[in-house]
Design a protein around this ligand. Structure first.
Ligand code: AIR
Length: 177
């Protein structure tokens, strides 16, 4: 089995439904990942230790999701030079705004790429693109993915246009009388 190249980490098991789409996106591109639950606040030593050793274990990108006062992506980025993608998670009464600001508003010098609130899938896809920058075959698969997505939108466009592209005078065709 190929070695894991992406580390997917979440602050709590309760984040799994948001982070699973990141794992699924990576699997679509046949990329293995290591999945962990580590908390910047509840298990700080384990979280930092994991990030410090990540590059030596072969990981190339880290995807970190957390809700509430979401410091996990930032503290990981503080102790590794691997790219870190943060996933803000809607876990509190603030509906993810707390997490979004904690992840996006990093101080200069410690970059964290931030996806949308609950944007686990895009985090996985961004990790694929980062890895694809240095891997022509993988980049080609991202090109195919984009083309397939565009074809789906074009097909939807065709369907919807077909439904509404009617002569307004032809009331039978509008579906009402
Ligand atoms: N969290 C866990 N440790 C630090 C933080 N910020 C986050 C988790 C989760 C939220 O707190 O990432 O989104 C609630 O966690 P729990 O375990 O109480 O459900």
């Amino acid at each position: 089995m190929a070695a894991a190249v992406v580390g997917v980490v979440m602050g709590s098991e309760s984040d799994l439904s948001v982070m699973r789409p990141a794992v699924d996106a990576l699997a679509e591109f046949d990329l293995r990942c290591e999945v962990r639950v580590l908390s910047a606040h509840r298990t700080p030593d384990a979280a930092l230790g994991w990030a410090r050793e990540a590059a030596d274990r072969g990981l190339r990108v880290l995807v970190a999701g957390a809700g509430a006062a979401a410091h996990l992506p930032g503290v990981l980025a503080a102790v590794t030079s691997l790219p870190v993608i943060g996933v803000p998670i809607a876990a509190t009464a603030l509906a993810g705004v707390d997490s979004l600001l904690a992840i996006a508003q990093m101080p200069s010098g410690v970059p964290v790429a931030t996806v949308a609130v609950d944007g686990g899938r895009n985090a996985g896809l961004l990790a694929v693109r980062i890895l694809g920058a240095g891997d022509e075959a993988l980049r080609g698969r991202s090109d195919e993915f984009r083309a397939a997505q565009a074809a789906q939108v074009a097909a939807a466009d065709e369907r919807i246009r077909g439904q509404f592209d009617r002569d307004p005078a032809d009331r039978e065709n509008l579906g009402f009388r």
